[in-house]
Design a protein around this ligand. Structure first.
Ligand code: ZN
Length: 273
């Protein structure tokens, strides 16, 4: 299942595996002036290829290595003869067949390994210039593309929205906060966030304000619980009333406890330094 919509010069492509005519989970890619930013899951690679016949990409850029962002890499680069670019940290991860949890296999499927080239600091497309900003936190290799004149920020999975509840074990809340702060320092007239989950935040400053304030408040609450001797699972119970069902659905990959644990790790590393 593939849907497309246009915002200014950006084509927003929403993709999902279908089950009984219903989408399982939407993932987004964006096409702008010859660049395809992310390629969705492998299950929708053929549909994306068919769509792009009339919009052949000159290059593919991956925001990060996760399977729902690189699934079309191999097929599209073979079909259109276009290079793939990713951050240096992403290259070995994209070139290797990943180990997926059963739910990931069901929803997105295994991406065919592909061989990206390292991104430079800027990408020129003719009409636009995109800054490549390293924004780790969601994953070690994550980057954001920023078109300063237009105020477009292609943020991959860095900014899920005004709040975050469950995260993967590899996510680092302190790095996410630093990466968002780095993006906010880039001087632009406006800040429109194109996120990998498909949400477009037209007032990115407000969205990031709300997210940073939510995280700051949560950090304080977790710190209080931590210093009063509560363990992570007890903190989840105290602050959230229990774990999120996504923990079971994702075989422990996404959980509130990961979020709490990431905050505790930041507290402990600060108290050591
Ligand atoms: Zn991701």
């Amino acid at each position: 299942m593939l849907l497309s919509e246009k915002f200014e010069d950006v084509i927003h492509l929403r993709m999902s595996r279908e089950h009984n005519g219903q989408p399982l989970y939407w993932t987004s890619a964006f096409f702008v002036d010859g660049i395809l930013i992310d390629t969705g899951p492998s299950y929708t690679a053929q549909e994306l290829k068919d769509f792009l016949i009339t919009h052949p990409p000159k290059m593919i850029v991956n925001t990060h290595y996760h399977e729902d962002h690189i699934g079309g890499n191999h097929l599209l680069s073979e079909t259109f003869g276009c290079p793939i670019y990713a951050s240096q940290n992403a290259i070995p991860l994209i070139a290797t067949r990943p180990r997926l949890h059963p739910y990931q296999e069901l929803v997105w499927g295994y991406p065919e390994p592909s061989c990206p080239l390292p991104l430079s600091e800027e990408i020129e497309t003719g009409k636009y210039t995109f800054l490549v900003v390293p924004t780790p936190g969601h994953s070690v290799d994550h980057i954001t593309l920023v078109e300063k004149e237009r105020g477009w920020f292609f943020t991959g999975d860095l900014i899920p929205g005004e709040r975050v509840k469950t995260i993967r074990r590899e996510e680092k809340i302190e790095e996410i906060i630093s990466s968002i702060a780095k993006l906010r320092k880039i001087k632009t007239q406006r800040m429109i966030l194109f996120s990998g989950t498909g949400r477009i935040f037209f007032d990115g400053r407000k969205t990031t304000d709300m997210l940073l304030s939510y995280l700051s408040d949560l950090k304080d609450k977790v710190a209080d619980c931590y210093y009063s001797g509560l363990r992570p699972a007890e903190i989840v119970e105290r602050l959230f009333g229990g774990e999120d069902p996504r923990r079971i659905l994702t075989q422990d990959q996404f959980s509130i406890e990961n979020l709490v644990q990431s905050i505790i790790e930041a507290i402990e590393s600060k108290s050591l330094s």
